[in-house]
Design a protein around this ligand. Sequence first.
Ligand code: PHE
Ligand code: ZN
Length: 882
Amino acid sequence: MMRTETPRPIFLKDYEPSAYLVDEVRLDIVLDPTATRVTARSKVRLNPAVKQRKGGPLVLDGELLELLEIKIDSKVLATKDYSVSERQLTIKSPPVKPFTLEIATTCNPEANKALSGLYLSRGIYCTQCEAQGFRRITYFLDRPDVLATYTTRIEGDPETTPVLLANGNPVERGTLDRGRRHYAVWRDPHPKPAYLFAMVAGHLGSVASTFETMSGRKVDLTIYVEPGKEDRCGWAMECLKRSMRWDEERFGREYDLDVFNIVAVSDFNMGAMENKGLNVFNDRLVLASPETATDTAFFNIDRVIAHEYFHNWTGNRITCRDWFQLCLKEGLTVFRDQLYSGDFRSPAVQRISEVRHLKAGQFPEDAGPLAHPVRPDRFIEINNFYTMTVYEKGAELCRMIHTLLGADGFRKGMDLYFERHDGEAATVEDFIACFADSSGRDFSQFMTWYEQAGTPKLTCVLDYDEKARTATLTVTQETPPTPGQARKKPLHIPMRLALLGGNGNELPLELAKGEMTGDVLEITKKKETFRFTNVPSRPVPSLLRGFSAPVNLEIDLSDADLAFLMTHDADGFNRWQATQDYATRLLVAGVAAIREGTRAPSPTAFTRALGAIVYDDRLEAAYRAQALALPSEADIARVIGSDVDPGAIHRARNALRRRVSRDLRDLLADIYARNAIRGAYAPTPEQMGKRSLRNVALSVLAASNGADDVARARKHFETAKNLTDELAGFGVLCDVRGPEREAAVARFHKRWKNDHLVIDSWFAMQAASSLPNTLATVRALLEHPLMALTNPNKARSLIGSFAANQVMFNRPDGKGYDLVADSILAIDKFNPQIAARLLTSFRSWRTLEAERRGKAEETLRRVKETSPLSRDVFEIVTRILG
Ligand code: PHE
Ligand code: ZN
């Protein structure tokens, strides 16, 4: 696990197919906490597609394994016929004819705190194989282009492991040794790469249901959880069935096994994992009740259950040829889960939350030292590439194809993809070819999106000629340099747009020359001009509607234009964008004013237009809540881009919040009063919208820190009937200086100390506080009996939230950086993936003002100099320092 020599990257251009293939695997797993014995019998043959010297060495991956015995065609292999290193097993000259390879090893689940391979989590045996965890279970060709069928036999103690699960369908169960042991056999008939293997064993409660597929087959669905938590599985089960139906209706995809199992575990590095027929989930993405899960958690459970389920086709049946193609399954599956979510709530609200997420996470990644293409061309540690760029920008690329081809054209391309590549390990080129072939369109320039990192800047200028009645739009695109890519090519960018007339009406779009499909303009050159004719009056442009491409749009609009768009734009997304743009303009000016000691511009026109949206009952509550939520401190930092002063940003944002609070006081109090929900809690878009509007109102009101506002928040917190409201109140109180805060912290702890998921929010909220003593609070919480950095959710709640707290993490004295770095180094000793992930919090350090930048650099150098470091952390720190 730890570095002994400088790790070297591997490159996409060096891809070569495997010399050997495995068609069939039989795994025999005998469970034991410290020495689980695994016997793998594989049918191996030479890959006919590879020209090679017959009988070359067979090189298998393997890590942290104890090798017991190797047999080829039942004969024990002599030690001289193979060699073992820290990461490989080489069989020097295997037979030329197909043969059976039998390898017996042991591994130590209890000692596995990296949570990759086979590990024990709260008494439950569980595996995580993506991307390269299977090699910690047995020696194998652990690469996604080696597809085999798996039969898995698990043997264990019936007392501690009554439930025995693996991929595929159950085929046999039995007891041994007069009931002292038992076993189960599972068979997965669908060939799959090793990263989709999974097994789970333990004492688990369960909730079962059934689903009838489109062709009338019955599928048994079961969700396994910690005993006693069965009553928190109802929502997840509902989501699963909805997802299964949705994929049939929207993509014609049917499920393909007799059972579908989900297991929730407490220690998990990521959100969830799509193992064939046996999805493993972080329990925070399964367990939900109104008292213990927020609306956001309910929403995320739905989204992630759908995401993992959708992987059955996009990821499992069609998998990736190599790990560089990760976006092939992830970007596409995120896009699919976004379409799914969009079918159950309003399109504007859905799109706003997608774009907020993209801009908050992916844009800074793309603008900093960790920028990489959606399909990277090199990596040291693949686990470092499960990024916002691969997932979220990857989804945006699929969305652009959808925009270019229309819903039907997109579906045609997808149908062809499933038809052509089912059962295969494919590439991005294969995927794109399906859209090119089914539509007859040329996607060669579009491919650049996959190869080129960085967020393009799209600068637009609109000129109106009153005499000629023409409007001329000049568009220039420029992608800034990113590490390893100094020069950039122009991209193929779909831009949805409208030109708005004086009362907000949409003017017809007639191009003087060239064509456009509907309201989509296709931009392909570095600089282009589009002339619209028959434009009766000076229009206000509404560009990049629905955020039709992942770019930074620049257009010189006046304050009055922005207020106009805030009031009139019929595109819900762009109307919201106008509120954000106007607020951002005020905030950036506010920051400059604070730093220069000058006066900030007046926000009166903004708060008036905002008030009109927030109070417009014809608009959905969820939408109004999104309008009322000002850009975050990180959003402002991103827009400022260099010489960033997080302290000034914090003050400027608070000042604007106070102004909104003052100008809209009566209106917000009225919204608060009128949006209380009387009936029982339900995770419906309507109720969620009302709660979020009411809770944003609560928080904006409290920005002025009046005694009444604190009292309101306190009452809200103490009388809340669900976690959404309780945490909204708690969050407000965490920012209040004084006894209310202490009381709330104590009360919340007392109420939830026995619930490991709810208590994560208690840690997170305190770490997110902007009160000056937050650093000390977080230090103390690190020692709290309920804190455990070995649990990824806990590490994320405390360290992750603190690192996302712009003012506190970026303290001018550098103590925020030190706290985070020290925790990262501690975590790196047992869980490199989580350590490396937390380290990415430093990715924007170069954009900071000089003093903080110096401190951050010092801290990063200290991390880099530490020895030993995992490959994961080594790669991130090296790239961040550049
Ligand atoms: N493949 C998982 C998903 O996105 C994510 C994951 C990656 C989980 C690596 C575990 C390990 O659905
Ligand atoms: Zn995924």
